[in-house]
Write a protein that binds this ligand. Structure first.
Ligand code: ATP
Ligand code: MG
Ligand code: MG
Length: 381
């Protein structure tokens, strides 16, 4: 059998492994934690740091190709692996997405080709940078340059004094100040590009966040106009081509109240907002990642059913202070419900534990079942 390797042992690695196994591959996971969602399902788990030399050598010896599920995997490790085996995505693509400054600079650099710009922004590394903030960037959001996710490492700021306090509270690490934009809604564009340079773009997904964490993804997006979809699709195709990227990449965009499309950030891997593809598209984002890294032709990304994806956070295990198992029997009894739990056994508020995707003949059908599920789980819809 052919082995594929994945750096990172979270739920994205788990769903990647399951897709790879369905296609007949064996999967080895490299992850420091001994118990992890991907390690539970993979044929082999190497419990070691992502920079561990002997562990990387083992991946090289065992695998035909290596991918990553963890956004912050050290790019140097990917580069080192790539000297001996095929790695997708490559270190260059991943390092751009790991660093908000590099990412914004890249977006500005390819704006002529993509037709979209990121939010106005400024690097904040020193007190002098704070003094020099123009009024046009306030109110804004101060974001750490590295490691932020799910809205962690972000503070909303209204004045230079706020920026100073927020900068200090983050320990003086380099940050990026972004102008706060008037969002009408948020979308993401899931793409995949093969070694041959051919790329595919999935349907535009509309995302709702709560407390900085993705709450739902709805496809087709109820607010997405065909003009917006066309523009986002063209922008995404230009961006992956410019990156010379191989693999699945998800790009987040804002649509402003005046209709302007703004590019926010990108994830060099399958993305939470692409989970609906498992139940609603011909080729899931995870199967697509397997194809890209195995240097196979990419799959058809057509959607066969309208879908609403609901993230299941640890909160639903708690009724006030009472801990209880959610009523999964009632959730899966809903027509079109597809439950995916990630095998994590310590639910905590805000922790991603699983998701449910509702598919239907019409979007209204799927939305109705989603509302029923919210009622069962005690979630405000
Ligand atoms: P993720 O988990 O998606 O990686 P993240 O922590 O990297 O999230 P962002 O995606 O940059 O952070 O921001 C999180 C959310 O905050 C956005 O989805 C959006 O709702 C809001 N937001 C971020 N930047 C802006 C902005 N410039 N103007 C208005 N809202 C914003
Ligand atoms: Mg992010
Ligand atoms: Mg984001």
């Amino acid at each position: 059998p052919t082995w594929l390797g994945v750096m990172g042992g979270g739920q994205l690695g788990r769903m990647f492994a399951q897709a790879a196994q369905q296609m007949g591959y064996q999967v080895v996971v490299l992850e420091p934690a001994a118990d992890c969602p991907a390690g539970q399902v993979a044929q082999r788990l190497i419990s070691a740091d992502y920079t561990d030399g002997p562990a990387l050598d083992e991946l090289v010896a065992q695998c035909a190709a290596v991918t990553t599920e963890f956004e912050n995997v050290p790019a140097d490790s990917l580069a080192r692996l790539a000297q001996q085996i095929f790695v997708a995505p490559n270190a260059a693509g991943v390092s751009v997405a790991q660093d908000r400054i590099a990412e914004k600079t890249f977006f500005v650099g390819c704006a002529e080709k993509s037709g979209v710009l990121p939010a106005p922004h400024k690097v904040i590394a020193t007190q002098a940078d704070i003094d020099a903030i123009g009024d046009d960037l306030l109110p804004g959001i101060l974001k750490t340059v590295r490691m932020g996710y799910d809205g962690k490492g972000q503070v909303r700021v209204a004045s230079r004094e706020d920026v100073r306090a927020a900068f200090d509270s983050m320990g003086g690490v380099t940050c990026l100040l972004e102008k706060m934009l008037p969002l009408a809604y948020e979308i993401s564009v899931l793409t995949a590009r093969g070694v041959d340079g051919q790329s595919v773009v999935y349907p535009i997904a509309e995302n709702v966040h709560r407390d900085g964490i993705l709450f739902t993804t709805t496809v087709p997006g109820p607010n997405v106009t065909s003009a917006c979809a066309k523009q986002a699709q063209a922008a995404a195709t230009a961006i992956v081509a410019e990156l010379g990227y191989v693999g699945v990449l998800c790009i987040e965009f804002f649509v402003l109240t005046d209709g302007t499309l703004v590019v926010n950030e990108m994830a060099p891997r399958p993305h939470n907002s692409g989970h609906y593809t498992m139940d609603a598209c011909i080729t899931s984002q995870f199967a697509q990642q397997v194809r890209a890294m195995a240097r196979l032709p990419l799959g058809d990304c057509r959607q066969h059913s309208p879908a609403v994806m609901l993230n299941i956070l640890g909160d639903v295990w708690f009724d006030g202070d009472t801990y209880r198992e959610p009523a999964w029997d009632r959730v899966v009894a809903l027509p079109g419900a597809n439950l995916h739990l990630y095998g994590k056994d310590d639910p905590r508020p805000g922790r991603k534990m699983g998701h449910v995707t509702f598919v239907g003949h019409t979007l209204i059908d799927a939305q109705r079942q989603f509302e029923q599920a919210c009622a069962i789980l005690g979630i405000a819809p």
